[in-house]
Design a protein around this ligand. Structure first.
Ligand code: AHR
Length: 613
């Protein structure tokens, strides 16, 4: 029985309690949320031809290679060089994207590429969507390829039939050499029909959990594999052809087509506070990478200052002007900024304190989030909390990937939290049970834990499940909130827990009292066996009836060696088992499996104790 006392108010619930954590893990961005269909569009992967194959049609003959003699720009050094020796029915390239390209009848696809050709080439470029057998599902042509500099070409393809898994094929119809870079294909149908857009079905799922903040870009991606590989937000804005492609620590390349500007834009679309996490100027210590020279910390702090200006500065400021150039003159209203992800130890503390000093002096209104490390690393985690007692962070980011039992046991974790400490951002959490599966057990444990977050929302101001997305073809980490392939998307039980909580968040908590039994219980139907009887309960009387067919095994008596249940005296009366005197009444299962198949009705009246069935 749950009693709610409407006269006894608890705490105000943080208006930004339930949010979302996004990281490009499990192909969450490229191959996921980011609707680009072409893998390695800019040829900047180390094995540069990855994703690309030579196509020859009819008697066509040619050669495909990667060149870097006349790059598109400084950040985009490599491009495709296609030598056509015999044109046949076409010689060219193909790319099957991320596990095939979904093509839907009647829909349009936006193709673009940079190209030029040598003087010998006077042909046409054919662009088509094809299956393995070469059947065409939609096509277009590009003529008059530049003989001089790189030029951008765009074209639309309308699909005349559907196919689950197509490839993009670009062929040339003449002999000569054609150079190509930034070969791209987007479905016309993107979130809010934006160019360089996002997959609408995935954003819709995200939107439906009503996130009040949106954390990006991670996660461990923030620090990268080492400092060179750390996430530099400035490399992820502006002209797509000039964004730096990066190998990420989850083992694949990121185009950064979904970059900081798009993250801010998405936050705005979702009505969520943008919450960037910046590298703190050191590598993730859990990976044991070398630390940076302390003098260089200024550079990382400057990046943070510039980011705040990019988000909030006037269009007359250097970075505010870039925001306007990128299509958003209005500020993004950044209010929160994280410094470091899962960092701890003296090197981190030293760096954080410097960030804090500089950022607070210039932007006192921005709330700074500091890292405490993941709970699983007990020792470091405890050290982080000792440090937190001595410094003035606004909010501390705690990460919890723990078993479901932990979440159940910790539903009261913040009941006794020292209110003089920083407020808490439960920045990453998920119940990890056996096999790390997204099952109901995990979801219910998370839900129990979330009741404790909400009850203590005066200190727990933000929380996010992590990770958010998982492309089922490219998983590095499970469990995850939302699973998808190229055509389908579904929410896990944990997703629906997030949705229920975030769509029903209140203004204040009210005092509650939960009693586990009614004084006289209803009939309870359940399986007898492991679990049901393991807990300690006391009854003054137990009456157990069968459901008509199933009768208790003769084993059922308090003296049976296999069972130590309901010590006391029992008698059968009118088909009921009645306990006529009570001793300790501690029930524990000892292996009699006869019982596990029976559905029984049970009537119990509690006299004391609150644990039990
Ligand atoms: O959510 C997956 C990873 O878990 C994050 O990148 C990291 O912060 C944590 O260890």
């Amino acid at each position: 029985t749950l009693e709610v006392d409407v006269d006894q108010e608890g705490v105000e619930i943080s208006p930004i309690l339930y949010g979302a954590f996004f990281e490009d893990i499990n192909y969450g961005a490229d191959g996921g949320l980011y609707a680009e269909q072409i893998k390695n569009r800019s040829l900047e992967y180390d094995k540069s031809l990855e994703g690309w194959s030579l196509v020859t049609k009819g008697s066509g003959k040619g050669k495909l290679s990667v060149d870097d003699n006349e790059p598109l720009n400084e950040n985009n050094q490599h491009y495709l060089e296609l030598n056509i020796k015999e044109s046949g029915d076409g010689v060219g390239i193909s790319n099957a994207g991320y596990w095939g390209i979904l093509v839907e009848e009647g829909k349009e696809y936006n193709f673009s590429m940079y190209a030029h050709a040598n003087d010998n080439f006077n042909g046409t470029i054919n662009v088509s969507l094809e299956d393995k057998a070469g059947t065409i599902y939609g096509q277009t042509q590009i003529k008059n390829i530049s003989k001089d500099d790189w030029k951008k070409y765009t074209a639309r393809i309308k699909a005349d039939k559907s196919i689950e898994s197509a490839k993009l094929v670009v062929t040339a119809s003449d002999t000569g050499t054609v150079f190509m870079d930034m070969v791209s294909l987007f479905p016309e149908d993107t979130w809010k029909n934006r160019e360089n857009g996002l997959r609408p079905d995935l954003v819709k799922m995200l939107d439906e959990i009503n996130p009040s903040f949106f954390r990006f870009p991670g996660g461990c991606i923030v620090e990268g594999i080492d400092l060179d590989n750390a996430y530099h937000w400035k490399e992820t804005i502006g002209d797509l052809a000039e964004r730096k492609v990066k190998y990420n620590l989850w083992g694949y390349y990121q185009s950064n087509g979904l970059g900081y500007h798009e993250y801010f834009q998405l936050s705005e679309d979702l009505g969520a506070e943008p919450l960037p996490i910046l590298p703190a100027g050191l590598s993730c210590q859990a990976r044991g990478a070398e630390l940076e020279d302390m003098d260089e910390i200024e550079h990382w702090i400057q990046d943070a200052l510039d980011l705040i200006e990019y988000a909030n500065g006037p269009v007359t400021s250097k970075w505010g002007a870039k925001r306007a150039e990128n299509g958003h003159p209005e500020p993004f209203n950044l209010k929160y900024l994280g410094v470091g992800n899962e960092n701890w130890g003296p090197e981190y503390y030293e760096r954080y304190e410097k960030f804090h000093e500089v950022l607070k002096a210039k932007y006192p209104e921005i709330k700074l989030i500091t890292s405490s490390g993941p709970m699983a690393f007990d020792y470091n985690y405890a050290r982080a909390w000792d440090w937190l007692k001595t410094q003035p962070a606004d909010i501390v980011d705690e990460h919890m990937y723990m078993p479901p039992e932990w979440f159940l046991d910790n539903a009261d974790r913040y009941d006794s939290y020292d209110r003089s400490m920083p407020q808490v951002f439960v920045g990453e959490y998920a119940a990890h049970g056996a096999g790390r599966r997204n099952n109901l057990e995990a979801a219910i444990a998370e839900a129990a834990f979330m009741t404790g977050l909400e009850r203590n929302s005066d200190v727990v101001v933000m929380a996010a499940y992590a990770p958010l997305f998982n492309n089922v073809n490219g998983t590095q980490w499970a469990p995850d909130l939302i699973w998808f392939n190229k055509s389908d998307v579904f929410g896990t039980p944990s997703y629906y827990v997030q949705k229920i909580f975030s769509q029903n968040v209140g203004d204040i908590t009210l005092a509650t009292n939960l009693s586990e039994y009614k004084e006289e219980s209803e009939d309870i139907t359940g399986l007898i066996g492991l679990g049901s009887w393991e807990t300690k309960v006391e009854f003054d009387q137990i009456e157990i009836t069968s459901d008509g067919k199933v009768l208790f095994s003769d084993d059922f008596n308090s003296n049976d060696a296999n069972w130590k249940v309901f010590d006391g005296d029992w008698k059968v009366e009118d088909g009921l088992y009645k306990q006529t005197s009570r001793k300790s009444n501690t029930a524990s299962y000892a292996g009699n499996t006869n019982w596990t198949n029976y559905t029984l009705k049970l009537k119990a009246r509690k006299i004391s104790g609150n644990e039990g069935v």
